[in-house]
Design a binder for this molecule. Structure first.
Ligand SMILES: Cc1cc2nc3c(=O)[nH]c(=O)nc-3n(C[C@H](O)[C@H](O)[C@H](O)COP(=O)(O)OP(=O)(O)OC[C@H]3O[C@@H](n4cnc5c(N)ncnc54)[C@H](O)[C@@H]3O)c2cc1C
Length: 405
């Protein structure tokens, strides 16, 4: 029997997951990727010998659609602390989830980040969300995260000193205008799993999946941007027109049915000698409105090769306050120097314009259909998360399995 020919446009998470599911059945699969390696928005580049993620990003082991794939791979993971170091007005304090790390109980209770009532509300919210399904969370009446937090009773103090920097870094906007559905979903995921980063960087995850698929006969064409898709035909400059029974397209620009607004971010990398300011793999949040840095993380912890006596700091900026890149770089350097209190060396930076889709009403389900032999997928159709990318990739594969098996 002739195998059905399927093309996947994009070797990001959703495309890889679709290919992975399809590879279990009799499909002839070819993946086209415009970049020279897989990963899409979850990529790691090697620069001056350091493994640098294109934007600080963690894998949440609580994500149901990611979890099972993590279990299939044998990658080493660094587990981040269940808490954060908060930098506020030149002082540092630690806050975290004592349920997961008891040593955080005392610092959390006495941290000036929020009131005692705030800490009780966090505990209450965790309990409430443990019982709530993800489907129910995405049916919650929509409002902004900022409005939801206020209505739940959190003080302005904890909103400014913890929620804004922490969730601002996740939503890539620090006014917390993102839907409360995303807040509740991500809060639940943090409560139910760990935040981890592969040794070798976030891109290791996609690279390992692509290697697995390669070994199973899936063809990959890298550095091959697709120009058009439609009616089972796919065109590229390198290879001309090629015909497929079905094309799974994850390139949002090739989907004319969606107008997406994107949220961007900046990542800067610096190295310095000596000891790190934060000794364990934990995120540092900057809770001063006058500062441009949102968060820092010592990426030394995720390098596959250690550099004797050198520390690598990843610095995320979410809101550029309309500074030019040169001014921003100068301000970031100043703030990092003050934070680490020693000479730092610039390593690299990335301006990431297309980081997260800005979705007013995120959802967790979407009915997919194949039109003109093309099915369009991507996190932008559900919600901006790795879970959504994995889920929709799997859903596309399921659709093809049902229609073409
Ligand atoms: C800085 C940053 C931080 C993030 N942090 C988190 C986090 O902590 N937790 C979380 O859950 N999510 C996070 N995300 C979001 C997460 O990375 C995405 O949800 C996920 O990677 C999206 O996968 P995707 O396959 O839908 O899209 P993409 O990764 O964008 O995949 C699309 C692929 O198509 C390729 N492509 C595009 N056009 C063409 C073309 N014409 N021809 C061929 N190929 C093409 C692209 O190169 C890409 O590989 C973050 C994203 C960024 C950028």
């Amino acid at each position: 029997m002739n195998k059905k020919k399927v093309a996947v446009v994009g070797a990001g998470l959703s495309g890889l997951m679709a290919a992975k599911e399809l590879s279990k059945n009799a499909f002839d699969i070819t993946v086209y990727e415009k970049e020279v390696k897989p990963g899409g928005r979850m990529r790691t580049d090697t620069v001056h010998g350091w493994e640098l993620d294109r934007g600080f990003q963690v894998l949440l082991t609580g994500y149901p659609y990611l979890k099972k794939h993590l279990e299939d791979l044998s990658i080493d993971l660094v587990q981040l602390d269940a808490g954060a170091t908060v930098f506020h007005e030149n002082k540092r304090s630690n806050i975290g989830d004592p349920g997961r790390d008891i040593s955080l109980l005392i610092p959390t209770l006495f941290s000036p980040v929020g009131t005692l009532k705030d800490k009780w509300l966090i505990f209450k919210l965790q309990r409430m969300l443990k019982k709530k399904s993800i489907a129910a969370i995405f049916n919650t009446e929509n409002s902004t995260t900022a409005a939801w937090l206020k209505q739940y009773g959190f003080s302005n103090q904890i909103i400014k000193r913890f929620f804004q920097p922490f969730y601002g870094g996740i939503f890539l906007e620090d006014r917390l205008e993102t839907s409360c559905r995303m807040f509740l979903f991500v809060f639940k995921m943090f409560a139910e799993g760990e935040a981890v980063i592969p040794i070798g960087g976030i891109g290791k995850f996609s690279e390992e999946i692509a290697a697995l698929l390669d070994g199973e006969g899936v063809k990959f064409y890298y550095d091959t941007p697709v120009q058009t898709v439609g009616k089972g035909k796919l065109t590229t400059e390198k290879r001309g027109s090629e015909h497929y029974d079905v094309i799974i397209n994850t390139a949002s620009k090739l989907n004319n049915n969606y107008q997406i607004t994107w949220k961007g971010t900046y990542v800067f990398y610096f190295q310095h000698p000596g000891e790190p300011v934060i000794k364990t793999p934990r995120i540092g949040l900057v809770a001063d409105e006058s500062k441009v840095i949102n968060n820092v993380f010592y990426a030394t912890a995720t390098q596959s090769k250690t550099r004797e006596g050198r520390q690598l700091l990843s610095v995320t900026v979410v809101n550029d306050d309309d500074y030019s890149l040169v001014e921003l770089q100068r301000k970031v350097r100043q703030e990092v120097t003050q934070m680490v209190n020693q000479k730092i060396d610039y390593v690299h930076h990335e301006v990431i314009d297309y980081a997260l889709p800005d979705i007013a009403s995120p959802v967790d389900e979407q009915k997919l259909s194949i039109t003109d032999q093309v099915v369009h997928i991507g996190d932008y159709q559900l919600n901006g998360s790795q879970n959504a990318a994995c889920k929709i990739g799997e859903a596309a594969a399921k659709l093809l399995n049902e229609q073409h098996a």
